[in-house]
Design a protein around this ligand. Structure first.
Ligand code: KG4
Ligand code: ZN
Length: 354
C-alpha cells in the first residue's frame, strides 16, 4: 500500500559502486546524508574491485545507518518508507543494499521503493534548487555512465536521448589521471592539476562532434579515442626528448571533455525546446564543467542546475528524495521480491519483478 503523506520521512540506501550512502529526507528537506567510501581500498588497483566493494558495504552498512539516524534525530520506527538503489551498478554491491532495505521494510512494516540510481542523480537537485521544472534535459556524467536524458513530469519520466558509445566521462578522467601518475579516482586530481595548465595548449580530439559523426550521433559521446590521443601525445613528446607539462595535458584533456559535454547538452535543450539543464553524477563536481555549462547556457537563455559537489557524487540522499517523490506521487511501492538489476535502463524508475 502506498503511504499517504505529503512530507514523508524516507531513508534512502545507495550501494551501486564504492560508496555506502544513507540519506534521510522529510519530503524535499534533507535531514541526513551519511556516506562511507571504500575508495582507499581500491586505489592501489586503479579501479573499483567489485568483491572488495561488496564486503566494504556489508561492514559499513549498520554504522552508516546509525550515523544517519543520529544526524537526522530520528528513529527507524519513525520512517514512512525505505528507498534503495535497485540498479544499475555492481550486482554484488547492489545486493547488499537491496537485502538490507528489504529486511528493514519487512521489519518496520513500511513500503519499499527499489529505484533507479540514474534517476536519483537527476532528482537530487531538488534538495538544493527546489522542484524540477515540468520538462528539462539532464546530463548524467559519472564513472560508469554518460548520458543525455529528456526529463518530463518533474523527474518522474525519463527518456534517453543518447549515451557514450565507449568509455564514460569519469572513466576517461580516471584513465588519463593514471597516465599522469595521479591517484585514483583521478577526476578531482585532474580538475586540480588543470588549474595550473593551459586548456588551449594541446588540441585534443572532440569525439562525434564534427561532420557526419555529429549529424549521426547528435546526443552520443565517445571518449576512448581521446584517451588514446593523450597517450600518443605523451609518448611522442617523451621520445622527442621534450619536457611534458602535466598541467597542460590535464587542462587540455579536461577542456576536450567538457567542451563536448556542454555543447551536446545545450544543443539537446534547444532541439527539445526546454529551458533547463540539470547536470548530475560524479563528473558534475568538475569545476570547469560547471563554469563552462553556465557560461554557454547564459547566451542561450537556458538555466543550468547543478547540485553542490557532495550531492553530485554517489550518496543516499538522492535515493531518499526519489523515494519521497514516488510516495508523494502516490506510486505503488515495489514488491518485496523486486529484482536487483545491474543493467537497469534509465527509462525504468522503479524496480519490480525481474
Ligand atoms: O557518480 P560517481 O560518484 O560514481 C559512479 O556512479 O560512477 O562518479 C565517480 C566519477 C569518477 O570517475 C571520478 O573520477 C569522477 O566521478 N569525478 C570527477 C570529479 N569528481 C569526481 N571527474 C572530474 N572532475 C571532478 N572534480
Ligand atoms: Zn552515480
Amino acid at each position: 500500500m502506498p503511504v499517504s503523506t505529503s512530507d514523508p520521512l524516507v531513508l534512502g540506501i545507495e550501494t551501486s559502486c564504492d560508496e555506502t550512502g544513507i540519506g534521510i529526507v522529510r519530503g524535499r528537506t534533507l535531514l541526513a546524508d551519511a556516506v562511507a567510501s571504500s575508495v582507499d581500498a581500491h586505489a592501489r588497483f586503479g579501479g573499483v574491485v567489485p568483491e572488495v566493494a561488496s564486503r566494504a558495504h556489508l561492514e559499513a552498512m549498520s554504522p552508516t545507518i546509525q550515523r544517519a539516524c543520529d544526524e537526522a534525530g530520528v528513529r527507524l520506527a519513525d520512517l514512512d518508507a525505505i528507498a534503495v538503489t535497485a540498479g544499475p551498478g555492481l550486482v554484488g554491491s547492489l545486493l547488499v543494499g537491496t537485502a538490507t532495505a528489504k529486511a528493514l521494510a519487512l521489519g518496520l512494516g513500511v513500503p519499499l521503493y527499489g529505484v533507479n540510481h540514474l534517476a536519483g542523480h537527476v532528482v537530487v537537485d531538488e534538495l538544493e534548487h527546489g522542484p524540477l521544472p515540468q520538462g528539462c534535459v539532464a546530463l548524467l556524467v559519472s564513472g560508469g555512465h554518460t548520458s543525455l536524458v529528456l526529463v518530463r513530469d518533474r523527474g518522474m519520466d525519463l527518456d534517453p536521448l543518447g549515451a557514450t558509445l565507449d568509455d564514460a566521462a569519469g572513466e576517461a578522467f580516471d584513465k588519463v589521471a593514471r597516465l599522469l601518475d595521479l591517484p585514483f579516482p583521478g577526476g578531482p586530481w585532474i580538475d586540480r592539476a588543470a588549474r595550473d595548465g593551459d586548456p588551449q595548449a594541446i588540441d585534443f580530439p572532440r569525439g562525434l562532434s564534427t561532420g557526419n559523426d555529429a549529424a549521426r550521433y547528435p546526443y552520443d559521446f565517445s571518449f576512448s579515442g581521446l584517451k588514446s590521443a593523450v597517450l600518443r601525445w605523451i609518448r611522442a613528446q617523451q621520445s622527442a626528448g621534450n619536457q611534458v607539462s602535466f598541467p597542460d595535458v590535464a587542462a587540455s584533456f579536461q577542456e576536450a571533455v567538457v567542451d563536448v559535454l556542454t555543447r551536446k547538452a545545450l544543443q539537446a535543450c534547444v532541439d527539445h525546446g526546454v529551458e533547463h539543464l540539470v547536470i548530475g553524477g560524479g563528473v558534475a563536481a568538475n569545476s570547469r564543467l560547471r563554469a563552462l555549462a553556465q557560461e554557454r547556457a547564459m547566451g542561450r537563455g537556458i538555466e543550468v542546475r547543478i547540485p553542490r559537489p557532495g550531492l553530485c557524487t554517489d550518496n543516499g540522499a538522492m535515493i531518499a528524495v526519489l523515494g519521497a517523490k514516488l510516495v508523494q506521487a502516490g506510486t505503488e511501492p515495489s514488491v518485496l521480491e523486486f529484482a536487483t538489476t545491474s543493467t537497469m535502463p534509465i527509462s525504468s524508475i522503479l524496480a519490480n519483478m525481474g
